[in-house]
Design a protein. Structure first.
Length: 365
């Protein structure tokens, strides 16, 4: 990522063999960030020669990644400058969200993050869940209006870089090679990420999130957390950064799916909040959430905390109590600058899963 423009651009040293792909990524990233642009402006913005830009654009036109969309409005003198844009016929992405406690959501998503097709499958656990996800992917691939670039999945739990779900207690998954399994069954590149992490990326890329510092809390069958700092998701060496759902808040509390007792998600998950019908019980859950959030936002200096889950459960006592707990447990300087808010965008994990594939396959963030 560069430090002079968008903090989301990559800066990894490019090997000679990767030069062409790197240059394509520069052009695509600029078109995604800035919209339709002329070849001359692409050359100036990326530092590539006009010959290189024309060659790469022609290649991507052939692949239906970009297209010419006509002259720039207001051009009168001389030969009109032709605008290049991400193509409306570009490949699409199959995205799956496993965070909901009532079922699995799937969608066909375009490169702009727009949902074109929606599908849903029943919630399940263990090997049955893997098969259910695979059937959902199959339906989505069949429904896709054009070529599928890849499959993206957002799942609760700890996920490694190769798409193995190391542990997801609420799905009864341990060491499940989800990415490899789906790639083998469907013949498509597959990327799997933690649902809260990719939701944080989506809120930073497509929503109103502060990608300089954002904490995403996903609340569904369980409770997860995703951290975004300087545009980068933070996973840590154990790949478990943000797993706040399994912080013990009451050692004498209810048994948790992870094997401990009194984890945060035993009081804050969607099923727990539905069972806690009274405002006092939900206020208590919000207070515990705030106590868990405070050391994270204080230590990392994060000012944007986003709760993603059922609005009917989180709005009101839960949100108010979480805000109050953070305010009273933080330095006034910190408390006055933190915003804790709800996002009702039910497609956030889906668009995050699509963004994961877009990055892995095209280099675009």
């Amino acid at each position: 990522m560069t430090t002079t423009t968008s903090p989301r651009r990559a800066t990894a040293k490019v090997r000679p063999a990767d030069t062409r792909r790197h240059h394509r990524t520069l052009l695509l990233q600029h078109l995604v960030d800035e919209g339709p642009t002329t070849r001359a402006d692409l050359s100036r913005a990326t530092g590539l020669t006009r010959v290189t830009v024309s060659d790469l654009v022609a290649e991507m036109v052939q692949e239906s990644l970009v297209e010419d969309i006509g002259a720039r409005p207001g051009t009168h003198l001389g030969k009109p400058a032709t605008l290049v844009a991400v193509s409306d016929a570009a490949p699409v992405i199959v995205a799956v969200d496993l965070s909901d406690d009532s079922g699995f959501d799937g969608a066909v998503v375009d490169l702009h993050g727009r949902v074109l097709v929606r599908e849903r499958a029943p919630f399940s656990r263990g090997a049955e869940a893997v098969d259910g996800v695979s059937r959902l992917v199959e339906r989505l691939v069949e429904a896709a209006p054009r070529r599928v670039l890849g499959i993206g999945v957002g799942t609760p739990g700890i996920v490694d870089d190769s798409g193995v779900v190391i542990q997801a207690p609420n799905l009864a998954w341990d060491a499940v090679p989800l990415a490899a399994t789906l790639a083998e069954r469907h013949g498509l590149p597959t990327s799997v990420g933690n649902d809260a992490n990719i939701a944080a990326v989506a809120e930073g890329a497509f929503g109103d999130g502060d990608d300089a510092g954002l904490l995403m809390v996903t609340i569904g069958q369980g409770v997860g957390g995703g951290i975004l700092v300087d545009g980068h998701p933070v996973a840590g060496p154990l790949r478990s950064a943000g797993e706040i759902g399994h912080v013990v808040v009451d050692p004498d509390g209810s048994a948790c799916a992870c094997g401990n007792r009194g984890c945060l998600e035993t009081v804050l998950s969607a099923p727990a909040l539905r069972a806690a019908a009274s405002d006092d019980a939900r206020r208590h859950a919000g207070d515990l959430l705030g106590s868990v959030l405070t050391p994270i936002v204080t230590t990392l200096g994060i000012a944007d905390v986003v709760l993603h889950g059922p609005t009917d459960l989180l709005d009101g006592p839960v949100l108010e109590a979480a805000r109050a707990a953070v305010a009273r447990q933080s330095l006034p300087f910190v408390a006055q600058r933190i915003r804790i808010r709800l996002v009702a965008h039910d497609e956030l994990v889906l668009t995050g899963a699509a963004a994961l594939v877009r990055h892995r396959e095209l280099g675009v963030v």
